[in-house]
Design a protein around this ligand. Sequence first.
Ligand code: HEM
Ligand code: HEM
Length: 179
Amino acid sequence: MSRISHSGSERYDLVARLLHWLIVVLVAVQFVLGWTMPDVHRDTQPVDLIAWHLATGAALVAAMVARVLWRLTHRPPPTDLPPLMDTASRATHFLLYAALIAVPLLGWANASSRGWAVKLFGALPLPALSPTGSSIGHAMGDVHSALAWVLLALIGMHIGAALFHRFVRKDNVLQRITW
Ligand code: HEM
Ligand code: HEM
């Protein structure tokens, strides 16, 4: 049987692949900005690198909304992985989605609690997720920072798995999300 016609070698559709790689870039930028921007204190103003973190974050939220809607209406191609590997990959993907939703929402709520406007493409203001001055919104900043590490660990596992499929198992999993 030709490998091309084999179900395990089918690709995600174009929109799913484009959104995957767009979000990879946005998440990478968010980590670099989050780590290099100044520490945020009571009187910190949302300028320079912090403003970029908010702007990239708003774009990431929009991209995730599109991705989740697309994912709920378009199934990924079937795999031919052994059951345990299939379950592990589904579980990791689910946790990645959960972290990709929770981390931005917590950062956004923290920004709102500081009275910082979050605007999409610098123009469209997004609603505040928590009232200015709210202590829970402030606490969400700490959870945001901690969960960002959990997201990073999941990404590390995910990339490790992709490399395992490509170089150890030598199957077609990596091709499913590339061109
Ligand atoms: C996956 C997406 C994101 C990642 C990986 C990320 C990562 C980070 C990191 C690493 C920090 C610094 C933590 C520290 O050193 O204490 C940070 C802080 C922060 N981020 Fe994000 N971020 C993301 C999305 C967002 C979004 C969407 C917003 C708002 C719209 C946002 C708002 C903030 C704010 C306000 C802080 C300061 C929190 C504080 O210190 O209290 N982030 N982020
Ligand atoms: C910020 C970094 C990344 C995030 C957050 C991420 C997230 C995800 C998510 C959530 C899925 C599941 C897609 C779905 O079923 O709807 C996925 C699939 C996939 N990703 Fe990533 N990804 C990242 C980086 C990478 C990198 C660098 C590679 C390659 C080295 C990669 C390779 C893959 C592959 C091969 C799949 C398809 C797996 C399959 O269907 O069995 N990802 N990714």
